[in-house]
Design a protein around this ligand. Structure first.
Ligand SMILES: NC(=O)c1ccc[n+]([C@@H]2O[C@H](COP(=O)([O-])OP(=O)(O)OC[C@H]3O[C@@H](n4cnc5c(N)ncnc54)[C@H](OP(=O)(O)O)[C@@H]3O)[C@@H](O)[C@H]2O)c1
Length: 286
């Protein structure tokens, strides 16, 4: 019998990456129901309840989120509604109907003061509204149900939607020179690789529930990542390194947000995916 999986927020980067797998052999044992904000608004508790009641899901993958990090500083209520209250709605429905929740969280739950990869056991301390709202979402899940996977990821990019890679490709076509921050360090993660991890959890019927980190393997600054993008695309644009203090954003960013994926890789017996290989794959698909 096929496993019935609800995907929320499927118009986003991760949702689309999962959707791209849904027609492949890789997921023939899974019957997906893809929903968007229009068909299932996760902040509408009644709609969530009705949706779960009238379907027989085994898993819910929550790809829905408020991801506008800078705007969140002004739209605090909206960020908390979608990243926290709505996640509680999903967690309660999952608990009531015996559904395993796979939820995606972020490196922005950390303050960035560490200088080695963050472990799941490290204490979160978000420094902006977005990170605080995502952390509250995690907490609601942990307080509500046992059958959950929370996967924190970082610097997500893909051929879909808006992200750093797409912005660099656009600027590369428009400008001769750009400045990119060189003192924020992290691990860019290809949404397709994260989608594969999520599907592997479902296909393997993994029951080691809990909190996990997953990102691509490699540590870069945004400047180094931009250089790699332009090198692969043979674009000779001049890229100037600048400090964070030279590039104002309304929301503070952690200076170091590398996540250790060891627990996830060990649990699912995954192969490590090097950052630059994944970037090459994405650029080939863009
Ligand atoms: N992007 C990153 O760099 C990054 C880094 C670390 C972690 N993450 C996490 O990874 C996950 C996936 O991120 P992503 O980049 O794929 O996000 P995304 O592209 O911004 O997609 C989020 C989706 O959620 C939908 N959504 C918003 N409010 C909703 C609601 N009330 N009900 C249903 N759907 C709603 C949005 O719909 P609309 O299209 O209608 O707005 C959008 O399609 C998120 O949990 C995010 O926090 C992202």
């Amino acid at each position: 019998m096929k496993t019935h999986v609800l995907v929320t927020g499927s118009n986003g980067q991760l949702g689309k990456a999962i959707s791209a797998f849904s027609d492949t052999k890789n997921s023939e044992s899974i019957n997906f129901t893809f929903t968007t904000r229009t068909s299932l608004d996760i902040s509408n508790q009644e709609q969530v309840e009705t949706y779960f009641q009238s379907n027989n899901f085994q898993y819910c993958i929550n790809c829905a989120a408020y991801t506008a990090v800078d705007k969140a500083e002004e739209e605090k209520e909206q960020a908390f509604l979608i990243n926290a209250t709505a996640v509680k709605n999903l967690a309660e429905a999952c608990d009531k109907y015996g559904v395993t929740l796979i939820h995606i969280s972020t490196d922005f739950v950390f303050d960035g003061f560490k200088r080695e990869p963050y472990l799941e056991t490290d204490k979160p301390n978000p420094i902006n509204v977005y990170g605080t709202s995502k952390l509250q979402g995690e907490r609601y899940i942990q307080q509500t149900l046992n059958n959950y996977f929370i996967i924190r990821t970082s610097w997500l990019y893909s051929e879909f939607g808006n992200n750093f890679v797409k912005t660099m490709l656009r600027l590369g076509a428009e400008k001769d020179e750009i400045s990119v921050v060189n003192d924020q360090i992290g691990s860019p993660t290809y949404a397709k690789d994260l989608a594969e991890v999520v599907l592997e959890i479902i296909k393997s019927k993994n029951k080691q529930f809990g909190l996990y980190h997953y990102c691509n393997q490699g540590i870069l600054s945004w400047f180094e990542f931009a250089k790699a993008i332009f090198s692969f695309t043979k674009n000779e644009i001049k890229v100037k390194p600048i400090p964070t203090s030279g590039y104002f954003t309304p929301a503070k960013r952690p200076l170091y947000s590398v996540l250790s994926s060891t627990k996830m890789i060990h649990n699912l017996k995954l192969e490590k995916k090097p950052v630059l290989n994944s970037l090459k794959n994405c650029l080939q698909n863009t």
